[in-house]
Ligand binder design. Structure first.
Ligand code: IPD
Length: 284
């Protein structure tokens, strides 16, 4: 029911604001790479680990029966049928360099978020602590942006409803994308970008998938695509886009050419960009 989804959204906001404050305020002057994951480019800082631990603690207090899937610690089962999908710092490389485009992303989903196409988001929040922006949404209840009080625990402003842009032509599309941590995969991604760049308005590579999606929702970019994202990068942001009137594909098992090719945009821009990227990937 709507009331329960609203409560889940507020819980996601509250915890993401608190974790965002932790990573921002306790960022060491020189952030060390704690370890690397899939490749040498895929870094984890100690703050990723601390942020996820805080989120898990708060979720265990508030929702002990729910499962949790976190980027750093993996999956912890629950019994309620709901699972929280957590990216403790999305945009870790930006964080490493003290670029402000990083966020804490928290979504709650039904189904199994470890299997493409087997889950769907119910509510979520994406909090960018350096800008104070708090994006959130709940299924059927719209998407919102407010600003958090930099000193306080809670989002403190009346929320503004988000709406995607209505750009149709590729030539007018401000296009966001992201690149994988795998150098080999990047060779294909470079070819796709090289083909698109002369034909769109311009290309942005912000470095945080959750924020790319929220920017689509806010009409700050017209579309976003990326190959190789994970559920924790996109679960909250995809709901924010959908609830802002946009279309997101690539989360389902049957979405060609890869279940991890996420495309988001207003309905027209989404269709245009998806067709182009699919054509270019097939050609590769
Ligand atoms: C990454 C960022 C990046 C995107 C990668 C993601 P992380 O998330 O969102 O922009 O290109 O695909 O993995 O590792 O910083 O949480």
């Amino acid at each position: 029911p709507e009331q329960e989804r609203a409560a889940l959204e507020e819980l996601a906001v509250r915890i993401a604001v608190e974790a965002g404050r932790l990573v921002r305020d306790e960022r060491p002057r020189a952030v060390d790479v704690h370890r690397t994951k899939s490749t040498d480019l895929d870094v984890v800082t100690l703050m990723d680990t601390r942020s996820e631990a805080l989120v898990r603690r708060r979720l265990a207090e508030a929702r002990p029966d729910d499962g949790v899937l976190g980027e750093e610690e993996g999956v912890t089962g629950g019994t309620s049928g709901l699972t929280w999908v957590v990216d403790p710092i999305d945009g870790t490389v930006n964080y490493l360099y003290d670029l402000p485009a990083y966020a804490v992303s928290i979504a709650v989903v039904v189904g199994d978020p470890t299997r493409p196409g087997a889950w769907s988001p119910v509510a979520g929040a994406v909090v960018a602590p350096r800008t104070g922006e708090v994006f959130s949404a709940r299924a059927g209840g719209g998407a919102r942006l407010r600003r958090s009080d930099p000193a306080g625990d809670h989002a403190d402003e009346a929320p503004a409803r988000l709406r995607v842009s209505d750009v149709r032509d590729l030539a007018g599309v401000l296009l966001a994308t992201g690149f994988a941590y795998d150098r080999q995969v990047r060779e294909d991604q470079a070819r796709v970008v090289a083909d698109l760049l002369p034909r769109v308005r311009d290309v942005r590579r912000l470095g945080a998938a959750a924020l790319d999606l929220c920017h689509v929702a806010a009409g700050r970019v017209d579309a976003y695509y990326e190959v190789g994202t994970h559920a924790w990068d996109v679960a909250a942001g995809a709901l924010v886009v959908a609830e802002a009137g946009g279309v997101v594909t690539g989360l389902g098992a049957d979405d060609p050419p890869s279940e991890t090719m996420v495309v988001a945009g207003g309905p027209a821009a989404h269709a245009t960009v998806r067709a182009e990227v699919e054509r270019l990937l097939r050609r590769g």
